[in-house]
Ligand binder design. Sequence first.
Ligand code: GTQ
Length: 354
Amino acid sequence: MNGSAHKNDLAAAREDFYGRLKGRNISALWTVLHDLVTPQPRPEMAAAHWAYADVRRYLMEAGDLITAKEAERRALILENPAWPGESRITPTLYAAIQLVLPGDVAPAHRHTQSALRFVLEGSGAFTSVNGERTIMERGDFVITPSWTWHDHGNETDQPMIWLDGLDIPLVYFMNASFAEQGTEDRQALTKPENDAPARFGSGLLPVDYEAAAFSTSPVFNYPYARSRLVLEKLRAAGVVDPCHGIKQKYVHPGTGDFAMPTIATFLQLLPSGFASKPYRSTDSAVFVCVEGRGHSLIGDQRFDWGPNDLFVVPTWVPVTHHAEDDSVLFSYSDRGVQQKLGLWREDRMDEAHP
Ligand code: GTQ
């Protein structure tokens, strides 16, 4: 038998072997190994950008088409272009823009997915969580912990629009979703308005308070006015990180960990004229411009942004940010999850590599 006949026999024997494995729920590792264990992250997701004016136009149209009560939540989902119909903006996280019109009642429900709200527009609408209402202003970061009753309403005369960030894809992946409808549209209020930010979010904690590991921050609402002031103070101190500008993370005051167990949240100031050094990390992140104007280079794509525009940065793709005016970006990612699992990596690309 010559060599090539032998090779053909072997190839045919292998194909036959793979065919017999199929249907027995068995497969050969060597046929898939290098797609499973890649030398670097191989992001399937795309970088993408949403202009607020565009999203807002569709959202207001949704306001004419469906009530908050009928929709349960009147929100438009921002989908990663690589995964149409999957309600994912990153592998693990979800993003949507929610509209709460004057008089709306988004009825009480609860689910195991955790949610963040980041307010884009409006002033004075509310969300209630665990028997407490918080009145929201633009730029406020508000948390709905896993399995807590929540309903939203708006007793002002202006629409309120916010970014919803949820861990829906992560919970879906783990098949750990539970949800319940409330018996009343509005839950009973058992605490004074804005009790939690005072009780937990002012550098003082109840004397016997002990936070459970991996718990969600009890602060409930991290008001923008306070966070913005912090960034301004830090700018005056003059320390600007070459990759991040002035970037702070929102934390749980009882643990020092991220404010939410599954979603890490950040606020950063990019001073006017600042151009960041290239940076990449394993946590793909959703960004929203709160103030200012500029652009980000994500891989070989350029995305210009202004107030309330959103963009998403994929895993391990180099990004730089360029601020034309003093700019503030809010962002969220699954960094906290990856860090706990020992998976998180970052690469400050301009610094010397060993
Ligand atoms: O406001 O409770 O965008 O349950 C998706 C699911 C918002 C909410 C979303 C939800 C909510």
